[in-house]
Design a protein around this ligand. Structure first.
Ligand code: ADP
Length: 326
């Protein structure tokens, strides 16, 4: 197993039109979603082995979501069903290509009900990487399950990756979100934030200073995704910015999930991940991840838009950036 993703698998209710606010959307269509689930599918599309740990409701939506992951070759042995709560739903609007509005139906949703003792430890210990995000930290018992998974993975020398993925309406306050996220930072090797999340967690808008603060709390790799501008990284030995590719984006939902999937497939391929962190290699890793993100912005929805490794290679070949293989 290359990457095991833990967290929310849910139904995104996508708007039938873009360019309008949530209350003006004329109809919604159910689509599979949830950031860690998107990452698991993205990894499988890119040709690596992925698995999913999480919980859905024992309902039609939950069964549908499992069938989607199975069809995408994601290992679902760690997916649980809850008879008492419904599968989480999220209503989405896309007022413009780079902004989204969300309303979560999750009071509670099945994804928050994953318990530590339900984790499939065999899968956890066999994975090269564990990836999760802050939606697992908003409520108990999923918060304890996520922490237990991170601790178990760390003890097995598995790389632990975390996406801050801050959704303000899921928290009592920004301060609470910050506190719960900062509690897991010492357990992780890689943190991915956007500019808003960097400011929330560090009080800094300067990329270099902000990532330096995050790194001082533990993770040797800090990544900031910058939407249509590109991405920034800090490792122990290097920092750098990689511009985004110019594409005709129509829906940026899921670009961050695609980006991190691209980066994790690079870090878990071949040699130990620590050797992937030099300036030169990280620059290539971010170019690859930027390409996976850019290609995902070309279609509405997340899973239908995720590219295969061949599509990423074809796209990069046209950009004349030199070889991505060594
Ligand atoms: P997040 O969901 O984490 O906020 P971003 O929106 O920053 O993620 O997108 C992740 C990555 O996807 C960016 O760093 C960039 O490489 C790529 N990307 C996102 N939007 C665009 C766009 N409009 N054009 C080109 N690339 C994009």
């Amino acid at each position: 197993m290359d990457v095991l993703c833990l967290g929310e698998l849910l139904v995104d209710m996508f708007p039938s039109e873009v360019g309008v606010k949530l209350i003006e959307v004329s109809s919604f269509r159910p689509k599979p979603g949830g950031a860690p689930a998107n990452v698991a599918v993205a990894i499988a599309r890119l040709g690596a082995k992925s698995g999913f740990l999480g919980k859905v409701g024992e309902d039609l939506f939950g069964r549908f979501l499992k069938s989607v992951l199975d069809k995408e070759w994601v290992d679902t042995r760690g997916l649980k069903f809850d008879a008492e709560t419904r599968t989480t739903l999220v209503f989405i609007a896309l007022p413009d290509a780079n902004a989204a509005e969300f309303v979560f139906y999750r009071n509670p949703g099945a994804d928050t009900r994953l318990r530590p003792e339900e984790l499939n430890l065999d899968l956890l210990q066999s994975a090269s990487c564990l990836h999760f995000g802050s939606l697992s930290l908003t409520d108990e018992p999923s918060r304890s399950a996520a922490k237990y998974a991170a601790e178990t993975a760390r003890a097995s020398k598995t790389i632990v990756s975390f996406d801050a993925n801050y959704r303000p309406t899921l928290w009592d306050s920004a301060e609470q979100a910050k506190q719960k996220i900062m509690e897991v930072i010492p357990l992780i090797d890689l943190i991915k934030v956007n500019e808003t999340e960097l400011a929330l967690l560090t009080g800094e808008t300067d990329l270099s200073k902000g990532t330096s603060i995050l790194q001082s709390q533990g993770p040797p790799i800090c990544i900031v995704t910058l939407g249509a501008k590109g991405s920034f990284f800090r490792t122990v030995e290097a920092t750098g910015f990689e511009p985004a590719f110019q594409v005709n984006a129509i829906d940026a939902t899921g670009c961050g999930d695609a980006f991190i999937a691209g980066l994790l497939t690079r870090l878990t391929s071949g040699c130990e991940w620590q050797y992937q962190l030099s300036q030169e290699r990280m620059q290539k890793n971010l170019q690859w991840a930027n390409a996976v993100g850019a290609l995902t912005s070309l279609k509405i929805g997340v899973i239908p838009a995720l590219p295969t490794a061949v599509q990423v290679r074809d796209f990069l070949e046209k950009q004349n950036l030199g070889s991505f293989y060594d």
